[in-house]
Design a protein around this ligand. Structure first.
Ligand code: UD1
Ligand code: MG
Length: 476
C-alpha cells in the first residue's frame, strides 16, 4: 500500500504552453506517446501519490487539454474534481504557477510538475515529497545528471555543495553550460514563500518570460532552505520539447512495457523490433515475434503466438491463438484460432475458437463460429457464420447495395464453394452446400445443394463460330 501524503500538499501541473518546438497545431501535452497523450503519463505518475488535491494550469487550446485531463481523472477514479486555472498569455512557467495563486493559498506546500515530463515515476515523486517534508525545506528540487544537459536549466551549487540557483540555457555562460546537473521541472515549494517570490520575479529572455526557476534564487536569498534530490534514474526526467524528445520517450516507454511483459512470462524475441502501448496486457507463455505492433486496449491471452509483422489495435486475442503477418483492429479472436498470414480483421469481427482466417481474407462486423474457416481470398462483411462452416477460396458477401448494408447468415456446417457471391440479405441453411462459382440471391434451405451459375456447354472448336478464330490466334 502506497503512503498517503499530507493533504496540506497540493499538486500543480503546468500544461498551458503551446510547445513551439514541436512545430505542431496540436498542443504539446496532447501529443500521443505510447498510445496516450503525454499529459496522461504525467497524471498517472502524480496520481500514484494519492494526493487528494490537483490543479492544472491550462492556456493554449485549453478546452482540449481540460477534456483530456478530465478523461484521465474519470478513467483512473482518482479525485472527483481537479481545479483548472487558465493562463491567458503564456508568459513563462513562473507566470503559469502564479495563475494558480488561489490554489497555492489553500495549501501549505505544493508539488509542481511540468506537463511535458511523462517518464516520471512514483519513486522519484514520492522521494521528493518525503525529502521536502522530513527536511523542512522551503524548496526541494528534483535534479539529474545528464551527459548532454542541453536545453535544461543547470543547477548552480556553492563550493560547499549547497544549491544556489538555476540558470536557464538561454542565460548560461560557457562555464555554466558545462554543468551536467539539471533541473527536472519537479519541485516542492512552501507556498507562502513561493507566492512572495513570484511577485518579485522579473521577466527576462527573448520572450520576456517569468521563470519559475528564478523563484528558487529568491527563496534562498530570503532565508529559505533550498535542497535538491538527485534522481538515480536520469532518463525519467526527460522533458518533451521536440519530436526528437518524443521519439526518445516512446522508445523508453516501449522498453518499460516490454520489460513488464517479460516479467510475467511473455517471450519478446526481439525487443528492438517490437512495439506496445503501455495500455496493452499479455498473458504468460505468449511469444511476440519481430515486427509486432500492439496498440490501445489490446488484450492477448496466454500461450499465444503473435507475429511476425502483425498490427493489433484495440482487440482481444484468446489463449493459444496464432496471428501472423496480419492487421487487426477492434476485433476479437477466440482461443486456439489461427489468423493469417495476411488477414485483415476489422471493426466488430469476432473469430470463434479454433476458427481460421487467412491468406488475403478480410472480415468486418461478422461472427465466425467455432472451427469455421475462411482460409483464402474472401471478403466477409455483416455476416453471421455458424460453427464448422467452410468458406471456399474467393467467396464474397455482397453486403452493400450502394446505399445500405445487408446481413448474410450462414448456419452451422454449411459448405460454400469457391468463388461464390452471396448477395445479401441472404441465409444459407444448416449443412447446405453452395456450388463453386454460384451467385446466390435467394435463401438456401438446410441440407440442400444450391447451384446458381451458367451450365457448362461443350462445343466443337471447328464449328463453334468465333472459337475457331480464337484457337487459330492462340496457335500463332
Ligand atoms: C523548464 C525549466 C527548465 C527545466 C525544464 C525541465 C523554466 C524557466 N525552465 O524548461 O529549468 O530544466 O523545464 O523539463 O521553468 N508552461 C506553461 N505556461 C507557460 C510556459 C510553460 O504552462 O507560459 C508549461 C508547459 O506547458 C510545459 C512546462 O510548463 O508543460 C515547461 O515549459 P517548457 O517551455 O517546456 O520549459 P523548458 O524550456 O522545458
Ligand atoms: Mg519542457
Amino acid at each position: 500500500m502506497k503512503p498517503n501524503h499530507s493533504s496540506a500538499l497540493g499538486v500543480l501541473v503546468l500544461a498551458a504552453g503551446k510547445g513551439e518546438r514541436m512545430q505542431s497545431e496540436t498542443p504539446k501535452v496532447l501529443h500521443p506517446l505510447a498510445g496516450r497523450p503525454i499529459i496522461y503519463h504525467v497524471l498517472r505518475a502524480v496520481s500514484s501519490l494519492k494526493l487528494s488535491s490537483l490543479a492544472i494550469v491550462v492556456g493554449h487550446e485549453a478546452p482540449a487539454v481540460r477534456l483530456k485531463v478530465q478523461e484521465f481523472v474519470q478513467d483512473s477514479h482518482w479525485i472527483k474534481t481537479p481545479a483548472f486555472f487558465t493562463q491567458k498569455e503564456q508568459l513563462g512557467t513562473g507566470h503559469a504557477v502564479f495563475s494558480g495563486a488561489s490554489f497555492l493559498k489553500k495549501h501549505s506546500a505544493v508539488l509542481i510538475v511540468c506537463g511535458d515530463t511523462p517518464l516520471l515515476t512514483y519513486d522519484s515523486l514520492s522521494s521528493v515529497v518525503r525529502f521536502h517534508q522530513t527536511e523542512n525545506n522551503a524548496v526541494t528540487l528534483l535534479t539529474a545528471r545528464l551527459s548532454n544537459p542541453q536545453n535544461y536549466g543547470r543547477i548552480l551549487r556553492s563550493s560547499s555543495g549547497e544549491v544556489l540557483r538555476i540558470v536557464e540555457e538561454s542565460e548560461a555562460g560557457d562555464g555554466e553550460k558545462a554543468i551536467t546537473e539539471v533541473n527536472s521541472g519537479v519541485y516542492c515549494f512552501s507556498t507562502g514563500l513561493l507566492l512572495k517570490a513570484l511577485k518579485e520575479v522579473k521577466p527576462k529572455g527573448p520572450h520576456r518570460e517569468y521563470y519559475l526557476t528564478d523563484a528558487v534564487d529568491w527563496v534562498r536569498s530570503h532565508g529559505g532552505k533550498v535542497a535538491a534530490l538527485l534522481s538515480p534514474n536520469a532518463e525519467e526526467i526527460l522533458g518533451i520539447n521536440s519530436r526528437l524528445h518524443l521519439s526518445i520517450a516512446e522508445r523508453i516507454l516501449n522498453r518499460r512495457t516490454l520489460e513488464r511483459f517479460m516479467l510475467v512470462g511473455v517471450t519478446v524475441v526481439d525487443p528492438a523490433a517490437t512495439y506496445a502501448d503501455s495500455s496493452v496486457e499479455i498473458g504468460a507463455e505468449t511469444v511476440l515475434y519481430p515486427g509486432v505492433i500492439l496498440k490501445g486496449a489490446t488484450r492477448i491471452g496466454k500461450n499465444a503466438r503473435i507475429g511476425p509483422y502483425t498490427f493489433i489495435d484495440d482487440s482481444q486475442v484468446g489463449n493459444s491463438a496464432e496471428v501472423r503477418f496480419s492487421c487487426l483492429t477492434s476485433c476479437r479472436v477466440g482461443d486456439a484460432a489461427l489468423v493469417g498470414p495476411f488477414a485483415h480483421l476489422r471493426n466488430g469481427a469476432v473469430i470463434g475458437p479454433q476458427a481460421r482466417v487467412g491468406n488475403f481474407s478480410e472480415v468486418k462486423k461478422s461472427t465466425l463460429g467455432k472451427g469455421a474457416k475462411v482460409s483464402h481470398l474472401s471478403y466477409i462483411g455483416d455476416a453471421q457464420i455458424g460453427d464448422n462452416v467452410n468458406i471456399g477460396a474467393g467467396v464474397i458477401t455482397c453486403n452493400f447495395d450502394g446505399v445500405n448494408k445487408h446481413p448474410t447468415v450462414i448456419e452451422a456446417d454449411a459448405f460454400i464453394g469457391s468463388n461464390v457471391n452471396l448477395v445479401a440479405p441472404v441465409r444459407i441453411g444448416k449443412g447446405a452446400l453452395v456450388g463453386a462459382g454460384s451467385t446466390i440471391t435467394e435463401d438456401v434451405p438446410e441440407e440442400k445443394l444450391a447451384l446458381a451459375r451458367a451450365l457448362q456447354v461443350i462445343k466443337d472448336k471447328k464449328t463453334a463460330g468465333g472459337s475457331k478464330k480464337v484457337a487459330e490466334r492462340l496457335r500463332r
